[in-house]
Design a binder for this molecule. Structure first.
Ligand SMILES: [Zn+2]
Length: 213
């Protein structure tokens, strides 16, 4: 029980950071952490600033939750599917961050215009095809874009990032947003030079030892 309340408090802390860092404005976005045979997730339609531990909802791996205890975010389904399909995923951040969303509305991902795209796990960051929020179809599209990756854009929607803990997942989502802004800025000057797959392979092998700086 102690562990559960500790995780819930952490989810609330990062939910508030979605707003304070402008990663996801108002009530948009959602956060979850793998817990026992399911996951703990932010609730549907509540302001992050007013969240209490009791508002964080447990959803089982089969997608069951106790309605009397609260309703999970309407987007809980893709959290369930990512945890099911990505054993290494322990925490998920989903955000409607401005720049990632802007790129996603052009049905495009982020190519290797900067070597830092390797942080998402590959030589580019893909964009999942559009489907209505909260549907199994959207989960399928997201999983396809996450093949070999820890983050992707979601067409006409936003971005999703997972990691081995909440702090790392949040940082990855911030990196995706930053890369999106840099990509948009570089497009204003024309067509940016894209790094070769060979160079990105080198970067990816170094990335394991990546330290900030
Ligand atoms: Zn969303």
């Amino acid at each position: 029980m102690f562990l559960m309340s500790k995780i819930k408090a952490e989810i609330i802390k990062y939910s508030k950071m979605l707003n304070s860092t402008k990663l996801s404005a108002l009530r948009s976005g959602n956060i979850s952490v793998r817990y026992k045979d399911g996951f703990l997730i932010t609730p549907s339609g509540k302001k992050y600033s007013s969240l209490k531990n009791k508002d964080i909802v447990f959803v089982s791996s089969e997608g069951r939750f106790d309605k009397k205890k609260g309703i999970p975010s309407s987007e809980w389904q893709f959290h369930q599917d990512v945890y099911k399909n990505k054993k290494e995923a322990k925490a998920i951040i989903h955000a409607h961050s401005t720049n990632a969303t802007a790129v996603s509305t052009h049905k495009r991902g982020i190519p290797a215009f900067h070597y830092m795209v390797a942080l998402a796990g590959g030589h580019d960051i893909k964009c999942a095809k559009y489907a209505t929020f909260g549907t199994r179809e959207l989960s399928k599209n997201i999983l396809k874009a996450l093949k070999g990756r820890k983050a992707c854009l979601i067409s006409n929607h936003g971005q999703i990032a997972f990691e081995t803990n909440l702090s790392k997942a949040f940082e990855l989502a911030e990196e995706v947003e930053n890369l999106s802004l840099q990509y948009i800025t570089s497009l204003k000057l024309g067509k940016p030079k894209i790094l070769s797959v060979k160079e990105m392979k080198k970067v990816l092998s170094k990335a394991k030892n990546y330290k900030r700086g």
